[in-house]
Write a protein that binds this ligand. Structure first.
Ligand code: ADP
Length: 549
């Protein structure tokens, strides 16, 4: 104990409950505002959330949950979902968020793979859960996240429990247990675009460290003065950690419930004076369409993190015109999710605006806690010259080591530098460490031995005033193996010819990288997390050029 080898500081594990108790003690009356599924705007605060989370922890134990058990949620961003986050993790259970937008069979597969003991779900998802229940033999209790007044008079679910009744039956005299910070805290599945979804099981330590890093000024820059609206769902990588970061800084949280359309979001941004938000690009496209068409302005909204897929530069400019600074970020489920954010360094201050934009359009610099690198097929590091595109690898205390229920480690050995997680993304690194994703490895277009970035081609198309959304996929070609095919959805009432769109690429990209053809579509398909579904598009259009001859 007296060894000079060891520091003499308190041994306090990094536990998720400490985030909540901190917020409840030091930001007690700071509001948590939710648009609930029942339709009302509900006002709570950190102290109340903590008291109610204690009651819920008691209730879950009374239902027979034991340390390490998984509690599934099928729920939107609301205060009750926040209470479940903290009640489960805080009492050494595992919060398993499931995306309700997945196909029902996928939801059942995921809940069974996780062996969820309890399933908590929102009122509007009752029909879905009733339909799924026969496929969920291991779920012992179904909890409807509502009050008695909204409980159905009859349900196909045996012994359906009412969330508010569960809480009302407890006294709240519960002390958050202290345990090893390496214990599991929550479980999120990747969307499984290839094969079955895989579970990333986070720990208390990884979650708390991630929450600290996310709050830093060169990351999301969250402070107690912010009003944060996580537009990214709480079932999508824990809303990118915002429910934890908000508690850590003790700020006001605005939870938009199931309504993520432009009009509903805008209303909350204004009525609750939101300063900061985060979400995937498609969501912001919807919001900007609404703001433009109604000639609105943002009075307090100043900053947003956009990630999950590449943010089109045209969208960044559009938000900036309305006074909102876009922080482009990259991450993934396996990384809790934050890996990098685009923030300028002091030496960039004097750069012309176009140069600054070019840097801010990249996926940015690694935040402390994560290290990233690009490697070739033999796992040898590539130069950081902004040119060499290679496999992006990452490591750090909130990066996955092994998937849930899988024995084999996905990690690869990078020559001379130990084990790293292969992200499946292809990227370049510049001399300052700015990383730019050129593609997911399965989306890269391999044309005559050269790689063409589908993301770059999409961003150019989306800068055309007639284009609402664009996707570029690899189409089989008899001579070049693969060639880029552009699929576009035009803005309502807009028109442009195939030739005009293709000539829009002139001077913006090497001639040989220009797409071979354009297909105009009514709508582009999206995944359950709001990303372009390239898998669907590839399946449908792979043979387009061959068929056309
Ligand atoms: P899923 O693969 O299940 O959709 P994730 O949300 O974890 O789940 O997706 C992670 C992937 O999303 C990354 O590997 C990367 O391909 C893509 N991605 C995330 N952020 C960005 C970004 N800013 N630019 C380009 N791609 C991104």
């Amino acid at each position: 104990m007296n060894s000079p080898l060891y520091g003499r500081m308190m041994q306090m594990p990094l536990l998720i409950s400490s985030l909540l108790t901190h917020a409840a003690r030091h930001a007690a009356d700071t509001e948590i505002v939710s648009r609930r599924v029942e339709g009302d705007i509900h006002r709570s605060n950190w102290a109340r959330v903590e008291q109610r989370a204690r009651r819920l922890a008691q209730a879950l134990r009374r239902l027979g949950c034991e340390s390490g058990d998984r509690v599934g949620t099928l729920a939107w961003n609301t205060d009750r979902h926040l209470e479940i986050y903290y009640a489960t993790s805080g009492s050494q259970l595992v919060c398993h968020t499931i995306n309700p937008r997945l196909f029902p069979q996928q939801i059942a597969w995921i809940a069974n793979d996780a062996a969820d003991e309890v399933l908590c779900f929102d009122l509007n998802l009752l029909p879905l859960v009733e339909q799924l229940a026969p496929q969920l033999p291991q779920v012992r209790h179904f909890v409807l996240m509502t009050d008695r007044a909204h409980m159905p008079t009859q349900s196909a679910l045996p012994g359906l429990l009412c969330y508010e009744e569960l809480l009302a039956a407890e006294d709240g005299h519960y002390a958050w247990p202290v345990f090893d910070e390496q214990c599991a805290s929550s479980l999120c599945y990747t969307s499984g675009t290839t094969g079955h979804p895989k579970g990333a099981l986070y720990s208390h330590r990884s979650t708390v460290l991630h929450a600290y890093a996310a709050a830093l000024p060169d990351a999301m820059a969250c402070s107690a003065s912010d009003v944060v609206l996580p537009a990214v769902p709480m079932f999508h990588v824990n809303a990118w950690g915002l429910p934890y970061t908000a508690a850590l800084v003790g700020c006001k949280l605005v939870l938009p419930g199931p309504k993520l359309d432009g009009a509903s979001l805008y209303e909350l941004f204004e009525s609750e004076k939101v300063t900061f938000s985060a979400g995937v690009p498609t969501l912001w496209m919807g919001l900007m369409e609404h703001v433009r068409s109604q000639s609105l302005e943002f009075s307090t909204f100043r900053r947003t993190v956009i990630g999950g897929s590449a943010c089109p530069p045209a969208l960044m400019r559009a938000l900036e015109e309305y006074g909102v600074h876009v922080i482009h970020a990259w991450g993934m489920t396996e990384m809790s999710p934050l890996g990098s954010l685009a923030r300028l360094q002091p030496k960039h201050a004097a750069l012309p605006a176009a140069e600054k934009h070019r840097l801010l359009e990249k996926q940015g610099k690694a935040i402390y806690g994560v290290d990233i690198d690009v490697v070739n097929d033999a796992h040898e590091p590539l130069p950081w010259d902004g040119e060499h595109a290679g496999h992006l690898v990452a490591r750090g205390p909130w990066v996955i080591e092994r998937y849930w229920n899988e024995d084999d480690s996905p990690l690869v050995d990078v020559k001379g530098r130990g084990a790293w997680f292969p992200t499946g993304d292809v990227a370049t690194m510049d001399p300052d460490g700015f990383m730019q994703i050129t593609d997911r490895s399965k989306d890269v277009i391999k044309s005559g031995g050269e790689w063409i970035s589908s993301i770059e081609l999409e961003c150019i198309a989306m800068a055309h005033p007639a284009v609402k959304e664009a996707a570029v996929v690899a189409a089989t070609h008899p001579t070049w193996d693969e060639r880029p095919l552009l699929l576009v959805q035009l803005k309502a009432g807009a028109s442009v010819t195939r030739e005009a769109l293709l000539s829009f690429y002139k001077g913006r990209i090497a001639h040989w990288q220009t797409p071979d053809d354009v297909v105009f579509v009514d709508e582009l398909p999206h995944t359950a997390t709001g990303k372009l579904s390239k898998l669907t598009l590839r399946a449908k259009y792979k043979d387009w050029l061959v068929r056309k001859g």
